[in-house]
Design a protein around this ligand. Structure first.
Ligand code: SF4
Length: 102
């Protein structure tokens, strides 16, 4: 009987942790290319699809993950950008505010 109460407590704690993680993941909304601010900046989730005629300053190799405004580290596939508040950008994305990380 004691064991089953302990198991219940452990399972409840595990369930609570799972719920907390799920809500955190859902809070990390991605920036859409059609978002008005993103569109104004020419944001693309895949840098190689940038309109090179319109954004002549784009150069191959420029991506969010080597931009000074990108806030994730390491091999994350997405991360924060100081231009987009709580929304996240793709690590391989690009926008016209790109500034090479020092
Ligand atoms: S400012 Fe930098 S990190 Fe933010 S979307 Fe533009 S290129 Fe990506």
């Amino acid at each position: 009987m004691k064991n089953s109460r302990r198991q219940f407590m452990i399972m409840s704690a595990a369930g609570a942790c799972t719920l907390a993680l799920n809500s955190k993941v859902q809070a990390q909304t991605m920036v859409s290319e059609t978002d008005p601010q993103a569109a104004a900046l020419g944001y693309k989730a895949v840098a190689t699809t940038v309109d090179k005629a319109k954004y002549a300053k784009y150069a191959a190799g420029q991506e969010c993950d080597n931009c000074a405004l990108y806030q994730a580290k390491g091999s994350a596939t997405q991360g924060g950008c100081s231009l987009f508040g709580t929304k996240q950008v793709a690590a391989k994305g690009w926008c016209s505010a790109y500034a090479k990380k020092a």
